[in-house]
Structures are given as C-alpha cells and as structure tokens.
Design a protein around this ligand. Sequence first.
Ligand SMILES: Nc1nc2c(c(=O)[nH]1)N[C@H]1C(S)=C(S)[C@@H](COP(=O)(O)O)O[C@H]1N2
Ligand SMILES: [Mo]
Length: 187
Amino acid sequence: MAHSTPFVRGTRKVDAVRRIAVLVALFGLCSASFAQQPPQSKPTAGPSEIKVGGAVKTPYTVTLEDLKMMPRKKLQVENPHSQKTEVYDGVPLAALLQKAGVPQGEQIRGAVMATYVLVDAADDYRVVFSLAQLDEGFMDSEVLLADTMDGAPLGAGLGPLRLIAPHDKRPARWVNMVRSITVGRVQ
Ligand SMILES: Nc1nc2c(c(=O)[nH]1)N[C@H]1C(S)=C(S)[C@@H](COP(=O)(O)O)O[C@H]1N2
Ligand SMILES: [Mo]
C-alpha cells in the first residue's frame, strides 16, 4: 500500500496531462474552424427592388424606377436624433399597400383590424405597424417609403430605401435599407 500511492499519483498526473492536451487540441480545432468562417460584415445597402407581399390580393415587386413613376410626396421632418431638418421624397406606404389590394378606409373593420404591416431591412431589423395606423381614414401617419433625402439618393447604411415615420417620437421605425413589406393578420 505504501508503495502503491506514488504509482497512483503518477497515473493521475499522466491522465491530467492527457486531458489538458485533449482540451488544448479541441480548442485549437474550434478556433481554426471559427477562423475559416467568412467575416460577418454588416450590409451597408438594401436591395434596389422590394417585395410587397404576404396576406395581400396581388403581391408585387417594386423597383426604384417604379417608385419614381408613382404619385410622390415630400416630407419635411426634424430628425429626432440629429435634430436637423431633413426633406424626404418618396411614396406613401399606404399607396404601396393599396396597389397590392390591401383593405383601406371603411374596409378596415372587424377581423381586418388585426392586420399588421411588417417592414424588414437588409440587416434583419424589423418593425411593425398596424394597417389601421397607416390608413388615412384613421390618422395621418404620413409614413413614407423614401428614396431621396435633401434631393440626393440615400447613402450607405440608409438606402436606397428608407422608411420615415415622421410622427414617432423616436426614429426606431425609420427603417434603413428596407428589404420587404409583408402584410399579416394576427390570428
Ligand atoms: N435597418 C435598420 N434600420 C434602423 C435601425 C437598425 O438597426 N437597422 N435602428 C433604428 C433605430 S433604433 C433608430 S433610433 C434609428 C437611428 O437612426 P439614425 O442613425 O439616423 O439616428 O434607425 C432605426 N432604423
Ligand atoms: Mo433607437
């Protein structure tokens, strides 16, 4: 018994060294496989055409050129972050929804009241509005899908399309790099 103790201790030491070696090897493999992943770069622009779809009669894709030919609105706003006056130009979100055959005005009642509009961006940022909130029969939300600011196309990180919700106190629903507009119904 007296001489077996150093022997056991020795085995333990060898085991511990082996365990550490295995852990070091695993760590090396893991970090090597992480290193091989492409760098996760944030997108700096959205697409130049966006889908209007979901629970709509006629889903469609709208391009930057299409937007130029639709009835347009100008919006002068005070940017709540920069506190600068900015002039945006674009197409009202309500008009884009009308084109897809979404209920409007008096048609927004009953079950339709649970309809939402999801706006999704190239960096996966998403916001929702209720359909009623975007309808002129309910309120003047003036939510605009803008393609220019102060007369120039929207730059990196913002465009080419940016949603402006001028009456929101925080610009959290000013969606940059808009990718799609999807209508849904809360069940
Ligand atoms: N695509 C996208 N849009 C976005 C965001 C985002 O993370 N991604 N952040 C929102 C939030 S929380 C704010 S406050 C404003 C910031 O706008 P600013 O950079 O012009 O101040 O953008 C909004 N739009
Ligand atoms: Mo924000």
